[in-house]
Design a protein around this ligand. Structure first.
Ligand code: PMP
Ligand code: GLN
Length: 386
């Protein structure tokens, strides 16, 4: 492994999912649902496959049906108008969109500011692009149940070498949904310092308690400097299909596409047709999906509280970050490595998402995108064991 990647090794998700398999523990680590998305969307994929749509290399930017559906979704939900011909790019999941964006836009030595804790592929992709990551830490203060962005810290992190801001809202792993005010401040900073913004909005449909997802591209001066990333994996519960997309101004899409060409060339064809149909599902699908996840969030949050964790109630995503210190623990790594044997449950130590490992040490993440019976059993086991 070369020096750029030496620090990354095996992802925590692979490590913890393997531990779940070998111990038979309930896997609340890696974020994937244990129930597939809508039958009719599966049928759409089968139909595409059978009808010979997408079985050979689809068009480089993605099949027109999906690009049109993505553009329609951005317009319908957010009033953002993108030309499906030049401003939408289909990728192999959001993961490839992140990689291609950073490889295309970052020069070696450029600084990339990311919100810490950050989704693990950000660090690896910044490194592959030869960039330097500059973390800005989200913190929950004593009396708060939300991890918050310190806007002064963000402002201070910008230097003459800063090339782009890598933002994620709703935020994995903390569940924070950046507010309109926070986003406006990020946008102002980007415009003032002439920065590009790559924004990972894969959990855009998973917001609770009246929180609102506002795309950064909707703020003044942002449309032309923002690469917006989303994915069907989270919204439609098909994480294995790996259909994601980018929306941005033509020059940015062209740049990202240049990198994508040499990563995967194109993404799997038949699934693109099916996701085009998924994006056109009636609003009732999205409402029901959110309502179902809210029930699961409340169930797991109550269970974790009962078991003795301090729970940060997420306004978005399907993750709950907890603090293990009330349990008399302080090392999330050790806690998560022991938890399968001790309680029959797998979780993720948030420290892996930090450069400042000590900041993340006492935090542990649980995924609640699981059947309610599974969440109940996990909560019971944790209460009994801890
Ligand atoms: N970004 C974030 C914040 C995520 O949580 C995930 C899923 N783990 C991804 C990107 C990757 O999405 P995909 O599976 O579409 O590649
Ligand atoms: N995004 C999911 C998570 O955060 C899974 C990611 C992965 O397995 N790479 O758990």
């Amino acid at each position: 492994l070369n020096r750029r990647l030496a620090e990354f090794g095996t992802t925590i998700f692979a490590e913890m999912s393997a531990l779940a398999l070998s111990t038979g523990a309930i896997n609340l680590g890696q974020g994937f649902p244990d129930t597939d998305g809508p039958e009719e969307i599966k049928e759409a994929a089968v139909r595409a496959l059978r009808d010979g749509r997408g079985n050979q290399y689809p068009p480089g930017p993605g099949v027109p049906e999906l690009r049109t559906a993505v553009a329609a979704h951005q317009l319908r939900r957010y009033g953002l108008s993108y030309d499906p011909g030049t401003e939408v790019l289909v990728t192999a999941g959001a993961t490839e969109a992140i990689a291609a964006s950073l490889l295309a836009l970052v020069e070696p030595g450029d600084e990339v500011i990311a919100l810490e804790p950050y989704y693990d592929s950000y660090a690896a992709c910044i490194a592959m692009a030869g960039g330097r990551r500059v973390p800005v830490t989200l913190r929950a203060h004593e009396d708060e149940d939300r991890f918050r962005l310190d806007l002064d810290e963000l402002r201070d992190a910008v230097t003459d070498r800063t090339r782009l801001l890598l933002i994620n809202t709703p935020h994995n792993p903390t569940g924070t949904v950046l507010t309109r005010e926070e986003l406006a401040a990020i946008a102002e900073l980007a415009v003032e310092r002439d920065l590009l913004v790559v924004t990972d909005e894969v959990y855009e449909h998973l917001v609770f308690d009246g929180a609102e997802h506002v795309p950064l591209a909707t703020f003044p001066g942002m449309r032309e400097r923002t690469v917006t990333i989303s994915s069907s994996g989270k919204t439609f519960s098909f994480t294995g299909w790996k259909v994601g997309w980018v929306t941005a101004a033509p020059e940015l899409v062209t740049a990202v596409r240049s990198a994508k060409q040499y990563l995967t060339y194109v993404s799997a064809g038949p699934f693109q047709y099916a996701i085009a149909e998924a994006l056109s599902l009636p609003e009732s699908y999205f409402t029901a999906f959110r309502a179902d996840m809210l029930v699961k969030r409340n169930l797991l949050a109550a269970g974790l509280t009962e078991a003795g964790f301090r729970v940060f109630r997420p306004s978005g995503t399907y993750f709950i970050t907890t603090d293990i210190r009330p349990l008399g623990e302080s090392d999330g790594f050790a806690f998560c490595r022991a938890l399968p044997e001790r309680a029959g449950v797998v979780a993720i130590p948030n420290a892996v998402f930090y450069d400042h490992r000590e900041e993340g040490a006492p935090f542990v993440r649980f995924a609640f995108c699981k059947r309610t019976g599974v969440l109940e059993e996990a909560a019971k086991r944790l209460s009994a064991a801890l």
